[in-house]
Design a protein around this ligand. Sequence first.
Ligand code: NDP
Length: 424
Amino acid sequence: MSSHKSGGSVLAVKTNTYEFMGPVGTFIMTLCLPLVVFGLYAFCNADHCSVKPPNSFPCARTLWDPHAYTIFVLWFLFQAMLYMLPIGRVVKGTALRDGSKLNYNINGIHAFVIAHILFAVSYFYFKLPVTIAYDKYLQLASAAFAFSLILAVYLYSKSFDTGALLALGGNSGNFIYDWFMGRELNPQIGRFDWKVFCEMRPGLIGWVIINYCMMAKQYEVQGMVTSSMILVCLFQMWYVFDALLFEESILTTMDVVHDGFGFMLVFGDLCWVPFTYSLQARFLVDYPTVLSPVACLVIVLINTFGYCMFRGSNSQKDQFRRDPRHPSVKDLKTLSTRHGKKLIVSGWWGFCRHPNYLGDLIMALAWSMTCGCNHILPYFYFIYFTALLIHRQLRDEHHCREKYGEDWDKFCKLVKWRLIPNVY
Ligand code: NDP
């Protein structure tokens, strides 16, 4: 592992500006984000699925369950063990501001395949009650939340170790703000990288496995597996497979390069992703939508179109940034900037300024559409994701304007639309 031990001021630059409305905003988000996860369950379950308040809310006592907590911890440890196995590749991350580069184990695809084999053997051969993920969904979510709280406290205290490189946005001196945003940039223990591991493994692979458990539950309850369930499980499995196949690209994302690892990301990775993104599959257990062949075809086409745009644009930019002379990108039109880097203005990146976000959103719409049109709550993911990506796009454009100055304005004149041509 490269060390962070260079000059103290480089390691711990003071944060002078707040995001998310500072300590008050981050405190409110700390309370509200878990409430949304539990609220989605309260508002959408076997008895009730509507934005109208339900007759009863789960009480705090029902959240604790030793089995659920044990399953969650074992799953986390199992994934950590897979991360540490000497399989796959070891890749260096981008240069940090103290000049060092960290090593990362890239073997997520192996973990994905092993988890699938384990699930299939457990369900088909040992007949284990995998439907526990449905029966104790709330308790598992509460385990993920409790674990996130504890891990975030540990990471905050670890950030005071000598030589820790702090995130530029997580060292304000205010406990709640720094704990939420993440004080240390890339906390590691030996080769174990907390952030990249949590971003890619327990929550993401867990989401796919939870979906399969919902499929097993639908079969148990309804005596059949609907086409809608098969589609949503396939689409989301493919999304996670794709993320793990291109796992290395996480090393250049905003989350890894810029953001500290605190409660916001820990909770997002371990609780929010698996327990809000699996809402559609859980919904289909209780409200099994049967789609006509034409509806299936339309949804498959929408998802495929979204995926092509998402993958095509992400790969095009990655390839261009790695080797602009590569045959697949050498003919793209570009805009030279004073900063030195070129910006693509044709192909996917000439269509709009964030074709990768648009593709992601189109897929999100296809996933929600598998649940039919009678309920709004399965569309939660699409609605929330639209808000998240618009906010992210504004944040990214702000960074690009700071980086490229006037050239960014020229770029915006050439590629006028942010997400959807003629609309936004
Ligand atoms: P991007 O991959 O879009 O990266 C933005 C950076 O790309 C800019 O800062 C700029 O950096 C570069 N860039 C922008 N425009 C151009 C251009 N025209 N030519 C060349 N380079 C350009 O952002 P994210 O990391 O936010 O997203 C990556 C993927 O992850 C997306 O597909 C997104 O949808 C997905 N995502 C999914 C989430 C989920 O929960 N499922 C959450 C967040 C993201 P520079 O110029 O310095 O290279």
